[in-house]
Design a protein around this ligand. Structure first.
Ligand SMILES: [Fe+2]
Ligand SMILES: [Fe+2]
Length: 192
């Protein structure tokens, strides 16, 4: 006797389920650890280390926002509108980076550290005010180069252990390289 369409379908489903991962265990685990948000048992990175690294990157971005904003207002005083605009544009992009990193920290069931208390010691790049316009650009370039190196290290650490955080940091890294490149071109315009 031929199997009915329904029976054939059920048999196929059985085979499919047997060959796949244990769906029920997967579902049970997801339900049990619901407090861990997006972090599942398959998360391969050391979450504590990732959260620490991301919080350091967050501090770096906040310090960059503050430094670029200071430079924006000071450059405006020196009457260099185009360079001031560049500083403001970078400040806005660093703020966007800070927000993305903070969002990812929360996804990983951590807490973004926005405390001003020890911001400087958590940040990788420094806050240097710079006396002249040229100094400001040079200091921003140094800060970008520090961020580039430290983010590259974070990307390498994350590897395939946390691809979502790695992709985010790669995108931010690409933007910092763009910033560094723009600053280097600005610096070239100054007479040596
Ligand atoms: Fe940034
Ligand atoms: Fe940057």
């Amino acid at each position: 006797m031929n199997d009915s369409w329904m029976e054939v379908q059920l048999k196929q489903d059985d085979t499919r389920q047997a060959s796949l991962i244990d769906v029920q265990a997967l579902r049970d685990r997801a339900r049990r650890n619901i407090a861990e948000g997006a972090v599942t048992a398959g998360y391969k990175a050391d979450r504590e280390i990732v959260l620490k690294l991301l919080n350091e990157a967050l501090a770096t971005e906040i310090v960059c926002v503050l430094r670029y904003r200071r430079h924006f207002f000071m450059a405006k005083g020196i009457a260099s509108k185009s360079i001031a605009d560049e500083f403001m544009q970078h400040a806005a992009e660093e703020l966007e980076h800070a927000d993305r990193i903070a969002e990812r920290i929360v996804q990983l069931a951590g807490e973004p550290d926005f405390s001003p208390r020890d911001l400087m010691s958590r940040s990788h790049s420094e806050y240097v005010e710079g006396a002249s316009l040229e100094d400001m650009i040079a200091e921003d370039l140094v800060a970008e180069r520090i961020a580039i190196d430290s983010y590259r290290g974070i990307v390498q650490y994350l590897g395939d252990k946390d691809p979502t955080s790695r992709r985010m940091m790669e995108e931010i890294l690409a933007k910092e390289e763009e910033h560094a490149d723009e600053l280097a071109s600005l610096l070239q315009d100054f007479p040596k």
